[in-house]
Design a protein around this ligand. Structure first.
Ligand code: SF4
Length: 230
């Protein structure tokens, strides 16, 4: 069982351990991160934010399959803006959550066409006004699109951090003020994009929710959870 951050600050506040966490994930990612179209440089910013909207409720493999189909019909924001909501819904139906996603894309497309954002700050302000795009989606997109330092944390990050550092952050990052504090410590100032991709894939392939692959884990020597299993 985890221990509270307040009681065990000394366990967590260990800069060496934070450094190992960040550098190990970056190193692992060099040879192990998965290839998805939205991670490639030839994907437009429009396509990247659309992919992030889809990734909210759908797994990466399904989104990777669906993206080319969607982009054939809606290659840019102008095309969405010129379409009826019902046609966008119809196109999104195979992916699920189609009504809500269609509204998100319609509002997003309108803002993109009218404001034509270029800089990070312009994108950031614009996305704050789109229903259905929350902190995680916005920050994950900014990291992916611009490789800037932002914090994008979800339940997977919290699971990994709780296990590794032996702490008890709440599962919902919005309900625990310690989450951003810890995330700021372990998210690097540069290579944020590489780090985010490594983190996502590490949680999906190694530090899984059920039956984590501790024997294969590059973090196990310093991992509190692993020590408790020995
Ligand atoms: S040792 Fe196990 S629990 Fe700890 S970080 Fe690695 S996979 Fe997760």
């Amino acid at each position: 069982m985890g221990i509270t951050l307040e009681k065990q600050n000394t366990t967590y506040i260990n800069q060496e351990k934070e450094k190992v966490f960040t550098l190990s994930l970056l190193e692992w990612g060099k040879n192990n991160t998965r290839h998805f179209p939205w991670r490639e440089n030839n994907y437009t910013l429009y396509a990247k934010i659309v992919a992030e909207v889809f990734l909210q409720k759908t797994n990466s493999d399904q989104v990777a399959f669906f993206m080319p189909i969607f982009l054939t019909k809606f290659p840019n924001a102008e095309k969405i803006l010129a379409s009826q909501l019902v046609d966008i819904e119809q196109a999104l139906r195979p992916l699920g959550v189609f009504r809500r996603r269609a509204v998100t894309l319609e509002v997003l497309a309108k803002l993109l066409v009218t404001e034509n954002p270029v800089k990070v700050i312009e994108w950031e302000k614009l996305l704050l006004r789109v229903p259905g795009i929350g902190d995680y989606t916005r920050n994950a997109f900014l990291i992916n699109g611009f490789n800037v330092k932002r914090i994008a944390v979800d339940t997977n990050f919290i699971r990994l951090v709780n296990r590794f550092f032996g702490i008890s952050l709440k599962r919902d990052p919005r309900k625990d003020k310690n989450v951003p504090k810890i995330a700021k410590k372990v998210f690097p100032s540069n290579k944020t994009r590489d780090f985010l991709f490594s983190l996502l894939d590490y949680c999906s392939e190694i530090c899984k929710s059920k039956k984590p692959e501790c024997q294969k884990c590059i973090l196990k020597e310093l991992c509190n959870y692993f020590k408790l299993q020995e």
